[in-house]
Design a protein. Structure first.
Length: 154
């Protein structure tokens, strides 16, 4: 399967998880590419008008993994703006994950995941897996679990 791992990552945490996912999925025989969503300039957490330096295209992929940080108890403004501008996701298998700093999924993790799911579903995509990595709590174990879980989806 041709899988695009599309991430926004401000301080490289989410990007490093994406790289680990790529290694595993590639080892399992998938064609896998990590692409970064890059804003033009600094973007405050709740910004509405986001401009992009890089906005990866998704049409070439059969399946997508979206990853982003939680910021201000929500999905990062950059990823929110990027995902809202995506074309149809009809017939695509999708998994979503976020990384976050604060303990507990309810300090923005659950909300960010439900924002991602809602946008994907509004574009006809099917979200078949989700995950939350709390960066300061057992992250090594949680990353291994996430990678195992996601590699079983495709
Ligand atoms: C501006 C800002 C706001 C943040 N807000 C939250 C938050 O509301 N909840 C949380 O758990 N972590 C929060 N964090 C921590 C990040 O989600 C966490 O460090 C994440 O792993 C960063 O991912 P990245 O390195 O891919 O950007 C925030 C970080 C920044 C810089």
């Amino acid at each position: 399967m041709n899988i695009g791992i599309i991430v926004h990552s401000q301080t490289e945490h989410t990007y490093s998880v994406a790289q680990t996912l790529k290694e595993k999925l590639s080892a399992e025989g998938h064609s896998t590419k990590v692409e970064r969503v890059i804003p033009a300039g600094d973007v405050p957490p709740r910004a509405k008008n986001v401009k992009f330096e890089s906005r990866p295209e998704v049409d070439v992929y059969d399946a997508l993994i979206f990853g982003a940080p939680v910021q201000a108890f929500s999905l990062s403004a950059v990823m929110t703006a990027y995902m809202r501008r995506l074309p149809s996701l009809q017939d695509k298998k999708i998994a979503c994950f976020v990384t976050k700093g604060l303990p507990f999924n309810w300090t923005g993790g659950n909300r960010a995941i439900s924002q991602m799911k809602k946008i994907c579903q509004s574009k006809g995509g099917t979200v078949i897996g989700t995950g939350i990595i709390i960066w300061n709590k057992n992250r090594e174990i949680k990353i291994v679990e996430l990678v195992e879980q996601f590699s079983g989806l495709f």
